[in-house]
Each structure stands twice: as structure tokens, then as C-alpha cells.
Design a protein around this ligand. Structure first.
Ligand code: CAA
Length: 333
């Protein structure tokens, strides 16, 4: 859990390159399990990026050890891709406490997390400078868990609604200054999207390995199906796509480690490529296995269902393209 957390806060002090390799390796076998590691990182990053020394010492060691689970709460019913413009959760300061009111949805690990980094509007008139970031602790009054989603894939990972009903958050749990929350949220995604790209790549690599072994053993028309051009060329394309995606991912993680200025662009490109490769490679793996691929007795059926979410969460593929394009051309008016 503590791979990318510095050793002074109880972590391993590992690089982002190491971290993405850990997520990738776990995802080869189980996407839901890899998400335990990836969301721990997503939930701790606001503290790493914007927390003061006291907050880092208070929260990070237990996150690094796994004693505490962390989550990240940005998305709302009407605010998915338009994370800023449609955010409705409010935080009002009264004395030395903020009172949070609103609802967040699609929160991975929200029902099991001990600390949740929540983004809420502190000044509705201030646009991108009107959002603030808070660490909400599990037993904060009144913070509760709502509906648990029934999902197509990653069914081993809980995804829930969180409800804040005048939820009390002490001022010392605000991360950064008031109004800095949206930029913190975006800076977090620059570092967490490679983690989801790693999950996607792992799913693809796991499916490719399974399909390749199957194609060596399954005989049709007197020889292994992998030696028939129809399946053999499909496997060759799958392998090439997986290795190309891997190079893009490792380069984006290296840029995170080096603190290079174009991490936003590279994180978006890695997430876009790896998510699309996960979907296409797992779909083709099901095809290689034929009828057996469509059965839940074989793992590629689960891998195909799990792959889909990597094209949706931590910014849809459409949002990744928007981010890439803005980094090339600019946003304009
Ligand atoms: N780093 C720092 N600052 C950034 C930034 C970045 N990467 N990206 C934007 N900003 C700043 C901008 O400079 C701007 O600042 P100023 O107003 O001071 O100029 C401000 O933030 C607003 O930015 P934009 O004008 O670009 O905002 P926008 O509303 O046009 O678009 C967006 C932003 C890129 C579309 C963004 O809303 C976005 O990424 N949306 C997708 C949200 C998302 O990924 N959600 C995933 C939820 S987490 C999840 O899925 C986890 C899970 O379950 C596992």
C-alpha cells in the first residue's frame, strides 16, 4: 500500500515506475485487487500533494501500512466529466469547523475507507477558485454511505454513494488554502491516471497470456489454433498493442518521478492508450477462446467486463482526448 509514500511517512519511498508495475502485476490476475492499491494511492495523493507537515504525519503512516484505507470523492450525480462546473456539494465555514452538505457518487472504497478526500464548493461565485479539499474521517458526524452500485465488472471492489448532511470537518482537515481544491483534484489525477493505465495494461497482459497459452494447446484442423493465420495474426496484433501501451505507461510514470512539466499530457495519453488496449485485447482474447471465452468458467470473460471501466473512470476516454488536445492547442475561450 505504501509504495509511492516517502519513508519518513511510513511508506516504501518507491518510484512511480515501481508503483505502476505493482498495479500492473496484480491486475494481470485480478483487476479488483489491483484497484485496492490504485485507490489507496488516489486517496492519499491529495494529502501528499497539498497536505501540511502535520496532516502528512497524521494521515500517511496508517495509509502506508494499510491500517487505514483511503478514498477520493470528486464525482457527483450531475458532475462527472464536468467536475468543476456542475459540483454542488457545499462546505460552509462556521467558527473552526466546515459543514459539508451534498452527495458524491461512484466512490470506489467509499464504504470501507477510514479517510476520504472530499472536494466541495466554498465560494460558488469564484469558479475554479471556489472549490476546497477536505479530509473527512470515517466517524465524522454526519457522514453516511448510501447506495452500493451493481456493476458490470470490478465486482470485487465496492463503489458507493456518500452522503454529507451538515457533516462536521475541523478546519485543520482542509488541504491547502480555501479555493485551491480544484487544482489539487486535477494535480492528483495527473498522478493517479497512470495507476489506472497500469490496471488496464495488466488486464490486457493477463488476457493476452491466457489466450496465447490456449492458442498453443487448442487443436483445430490438425494443428494448434495459434498456427492458423486467423488467430496467429490476431495474437501478433494483441502483443504489439500491449507492448506499445506499456512503453507509453512507463514513460508517463518516469515523467511523474522526474517532475517533468508535461505530466498532464502523458498521464492522459497513457490512460487513453492502455484503456483502449485493455478493451480490444480482452475482446479478442474472448474471441480466441471462442465459446469457452464466453463462459464464466474461464477468466477472459471477467477480464473483458473489468476492462470496460478503464475507459470510463478517472476521466472518460473522451476527457483524456480533451486534455491531450488542450495540451497541444490550448483551451481557448
Ligand atoms: N493541474 C493543475 N491545474 C489544473 C490542471 C492540472 N492538471 N488542469 C486544470 N487545472 C486548472 C486550470 O489551470 C484552471 O485554473 P484557472 O481557472 O486558475 O485558470 C482550472 O484548473 C480549471 O481548469 P479548466 O478551465 O481546464 O476546467 P474545465 O472545467 O474546462 O475542464 C477537465 C477540466 C479537464 C474537463 C476536468 O473537469 C476533468 O478532468 N474532468 C474529468 C473528471 C475525472 O477525471 N473524474 C474522475 C473521478 S475519480 C475516479 O474515477 C476514481 C475511481 O473511481 C477509481
Amino acid at each position: 500500500m505504501g509504495v509511492p509514500i516517502p519513508s519518513e511517512y511510513g511508506g516504501l519511498g518507491g518510484t512511480f515506475v515501481t508503483y505502476v508495475k505493482v498495479v500492473e502485476e496484480i491486475a494481470k490476475a485480478c483487476a479488483s485487487s489491483s484497484l485496492i492499491v490504485a485507490v489507496q494511492e488516489l486517496g492519499m495523493l491529495p494529502i501528499m500533494i497539498a497536505g501540511n507537515e502535520e496532516q502528512k504525519k497524521r494521515f500517511l503512516p496508517k495509509i502506508a501500512s494499510g491500517e487505514h484505507l483511503a478514498a477520493y470523492a470528486l464525482t457527483e450525480v450531475s458532475s462527472g466529466s464536468d467536475a468543476l462546473g456542475s459540483m454542488r456539494t457545499r462546505a460552509e465555514l462556521k467558527g473552526d469547523k466546515y459543514y459539508l452538505t451534498g452527495q458524491k457518487i461512484w466512490i470506489t472504497n467509499g464504504s470501507v475507507a477510514d479517510v476520504v478526500c472530499v472536494f466541495a464548493v466554498t465560494d460558488p461565485a469564484a469558479g475554479s477558485r471556489g472549490v476546497s479539499a477536505f479530509v473527512v474521517e470515517k466517524n465524522s458526524p454526519v457522514f453516511s454511505v448510501g447506495k452500493k452500485e451493481k456493476k458490470m465488472g470490478i465486482r470485487g471492489s465496492p463503489t458507493v454513494e456518500l452522503i454529507f448532511d451538515n457533516c462536521e470537518v475541523p478546519v485543520e482537515n482542509r488541504l491547502g488554502e480555501e479555493g485551491e481544491g480544484f487544482k489539487i483534484a486535477m494535480r492528483v489525477l495527473d498522478k493517479s491516471r497512470p495507476g489506472i493505465a497500469a490496471q488496464a495494461l495488466g488486464i490486457a497482459a493477463g488476457a493476452l497470456e491466457y489466450a496465447t497459452n490456449y492458442a498453443k494447446e487448442r487443436i483445430a484442423f490438425g494443428k494448434p489454433i495459434g498456427q492458423h493465420q486467423g488467430i496467429g495474426f490476431m495474437l501478433a496484433d494483441m502483443k504489439t498493442e500491449v507492448e506499445a501501451a506499456r512503453l507509453l505507461l512507463y514513460e508517463s510514470a518516469r515523467k511523474c518521478d522526474a517532475g517533468e512539466p508535461d505530466v498532464t499530457l502523458w498521464a492522459a495519453m497513457a490512460k487513453l492508450k492502455c484503456g483502449d488496449v485493455a478493451m480490444s485485447v480482452t475482446t479478442d482474447a474472448v474471441q480466441v477462446l471462442g465459446g469457452f471465452g464466453y463462459s464464466s468458467e474461464y477468466p477472459v470473460e471477467r477480464m473483458m467486463r473489468d476492462a470496460k471501466i478503464t475507459q470510463i473512470y478517472e476521466g472518460t476516454q473522451q476527457i483524456q482526448r480533451l486534455v491531450i488536445n488542450r495540451n497541444m492547442i490550448g483551451k481557448g475561450k
